[in-house]
Design a protein around this ligand. Structure first.
Ligand SMILES: NC(=O)c1ccc[n+]([C@@H]2O[C@H](COP(=O)([O-])OP(=O)(O)OC[C@H]3O[C@@H](n4cnc5c(N)ncnc54)[C@H](O)[C@@H]3O)[C@@H](O)[C@H]2O)c1
Length: 259
């Protein structure tokens, strides 16, 4: 997929994975819509990109803002790439194991929050982006667009204490092939990246980089360090450029497996 004279949208575009990806998409020729709630970070990145990319305040719980972000992208240029990589606030209701040490049950609201944040929101962005892409003139390759969702290795193998997150991220894995086959007649591809443990704001806002590396690196076989968001962005670029990648979940985890 050639992004010259195209637009792209990145949910969580001001975040760790999102910002690294937005920089790559801009270098590939796209005007990028940074769809995020973090106005200050997003505006600074828009300025840095300086190629007509824009920030659209987008709350992934508010469908109308998703629609607006997609419509803005499609007005800038044909929307040819969507990368769904937003984070989410902690649930208001308590989490942990389904039945905690104190005998308390994990709240249904906690489960619902994770599914809303990661699965429902991903479908919302995917469907609005696909609707815009379907209106594109196909390229000579017969392709109209590509959509990348972001799961997690926690959605592929169980980890105690992460039932709601695993369910939401696992749902994205289940969705990928179906989406790809469903949208094949339109020339729109669907892929999912399942990252391992990466040093993004999700960690660096709570501890120093050194503390994060010391805590998480021992569980990562090789290279023995946390992932760099740039490595996620490299894969996103390859997925966009390589039309034969479709309907697959790719682990990006340095051979990490949850015990
Ligand atoms: N970092 C990791 O190790 C890791 C591993 C596996 C999967 N992931 C997934 O990657 C995605 C992004 O994570 P990250 O590590 O880049 O996090 P991050 O905290 O660096 O970035 C997340 C971005 O999402 C934005 N955001 C938060 N709430 C939002 C909302 N309501 N609407 C729109 N945007 C919102 C934040 O402002 C932030 O810019 C998440 O789906 C996460 O589950 C991360």
């Amino acid at each position: 997929m050639d992004l010259t004279n195209a637009s792209a949208i990145v949910t969580g575009g001001a975040g760790g994975f999102g910002a690294a990806t937005a920089r790559r998409l801009a270098k590939m020729g796209a005007k990028v819509v940074l769809a995020d709630v973090a106005e200050e970070r997003a505006r600074a990145l828009v300025e840095e990109l300086g190629n007509g990319s824009v920030f659209v305040r987008t709350d992934i719980y508010d469908e109308s803002t998703i629609a607006e972000a997609v419509a803005t992208a499609a007005k800038l240029a044909p929307l040819r790439a969507a990368v769904v990589v937003h984070g989410a606030p902690q649930p208001k209701e308590p989490g942990g194991r389904v039945i905690g040490r104190d005998g308390a049950r994990l709240a249904v609201g906690n489960f619902r929050h994770m599914v809303e944040s990661y699965l429902v929101a991903a479908y919302a962005v995917t469907s609005y982006a696909a609707e815009a892409m379907a209106r594109n003139e196909p390229l000579a390759s017969n392709q109209r667009g590509v959509i990348i969702n972001t799961a997690s290795i926690a959605g592929l193998e169980g980890q105690p204490g992460l039932v709601p997150y695993s369910a939401a991220k696992g749902g994205l894995g289940a969705l990928t092939l179906t989406l790809a086959r469903d949208m094949a007649p339109l020339g729109i591809r669907a892929m999912t990246i399942a990252p391992g443990t990466f040093l993004t704001l999700a960690y660096s806002e709570h501890m120093t980089n050194e503390q994060a590396q010391a805590k998480f690196s021992p569980g990562i076989p090789n290279p023995k360090r946390m992932g760099d968001p740039e490595e996620y962005a490299m894969l996103a670029q390859q997925i966009i450029e390589n039309d034969f990648l479709n309907g697959e979940v790719i682990r990006l985890d340095a051979a990490q497996r949850f015990q």
